[in-house]
Write a protein that binds this ligand. Structure first.
Ligand code: P6P
Length: 336
């Protein structure tokens, strides 16, 4: 067996492309552009504290660049890295209300990119891990320019999805529907190197992740499920431990590697209008694809996340995802 740990992400992506003789190489190019943007964002995010320490003069930093909020910075870097490559026909970002067209002067491609440039960025001042989430679809509409229809596709239609988590190390985790692979950035060579090949989520965990501060606004089923997890029963590994970072990518990454369940259920402050917080297109759907590719499940409680037909660019959904057995148990309580 060839020792694959430590190979570069470029090599791994090209090897995956070779399995599809008809592949044009455009998805490979798109993913390479993404890894470049990830390195640039990682450099800025990991020195964010330094930027403050080094003394910014007003709204300019020491190199004379305008200092932006880090999520705006991340958005701009992703836009710049992705707009000119000729692989995309349209983009959409958590940071912009409307569709992001590809500039006229650049060639258009056959893919769609939806992304949350820096999720959890409100945590950055506390040096908490944050992340970038991305979802890639194939263009479905006629013509060269992408449309809203191309963005509003079901999660099952995703060609690729993944995230970058900026933590004690920077990791890029992605799937092109051939399993889930994790790469760790080695800053000394500026490369993402394979560190977690073919990640499989444990079938059952011992950790639940939810904002208990919202408990009074949960539905009855969720409340009963969380109480169940707190009961003492060594035979079913209960009580579970609560781990909640409040940064979706970090909470999901831990769930992917350690198992257990992450829950952001609907808020029933208005019983007639329960609403989720997390976004379907560029948070729930891409993480749901990674979750399922690793053997887990992702649901609203009622429906599989990947089966949802999006109706709006920034629509929100309840999101419960993690180890298969844990999510199935949750659904029994949720459905009553
Ligand atoms: P709450 C961060 O603001 C975020 O969008 C996700 O990263 C995270 O999972 C969620 O909100 C946390 O929300 O209501 O628990 O603070």
């Amino acid at each position: 067996m060839i020792q694959r740990k430590g190979i570069s992400i470029q090599r791994q992506i090209v090897e995956q492309e070779r399995q599809f003789p008809k592949a044009s190489g455009s998805l490979t190019g798109l993913l390479m552009d993404l890894t470049y943007a990830a390195k640039v964002i990682s450099r800025e995010v990991t020195k964010a504290g330094l930027v403050n320490i080094l003394g910014l003069t007003g709204s300019e930093n020491i190199s004379g660049d305008e200092v932006k909020k880090l999520d705006v910075y991340a958005h701009d870097k992703l836009y710049t890295a992705m707009s000119h490559g000729g692989h995309l026909c349209i983009m959409a970002s958590e940071e912009t209300p409307d569709l992001i067209p590809i500039p006229e002067q650049y060639p258009k491609g056959k893919y769609v990119l939806l992304f949350d440039p820096l999720d959890g960025s409100s945590n950055i001042d506390a040096n908490v891990s944050i992340g970038t989430i991305f979802s890639i679809h194939r263009k479905k509409s006629p013509g060269t320019n992408g449309t809203l229809e191309d963005c509003l596709q079901k999660g099952t239609e995703q060609v690729a999805a993944g995230y970058i988590v900026y933590g004690s190390s920077t990791m890029l985790v992605y799937t092109t529907r051939q399993g889930v692979h994790g790469f760790t950035l080695d800053p000394s060579v500026g490369e993402f190197l394979l560190s977690h090949e073919d990640i499989k989520m444990p079938a059952k965990g011992k950790i639940y992740s939810i904002n208990e501060g919202n408990a009074h606004f949960w539905d009855e089923g969720t409340r009963k499920y969380v109480d169940y997890l707190k009961d003492k029963d060594p035979a079913t590994d209960r009580p579970y431990s609560l781990r909640y970072i409040g940064s979706l990518v970090a909470d999901f990454h831990r769930t992917l590697l350690y198992g257990g369940i992450f829950l952001y259920p609907a808020d029933y402050k208005d019983p007639k209008k329960p609403k989720g917080k997390l976004r379907l297109l560029y948070e729930a759907a891409p993480l749901a694809l990674v979750c399922e590719q690793a053997g887990g499940l992702a649901t609203t409680g009622r429906e599989r996340i990947l089966d949802l037909q999006p109706t709006e660019l920034h629509q929100k959904v309840p999101l419960i995802m993690g180890s298969k057995e844990d999510v199935l148990t949750y659904q029994k309580f949720f459905r009553g």
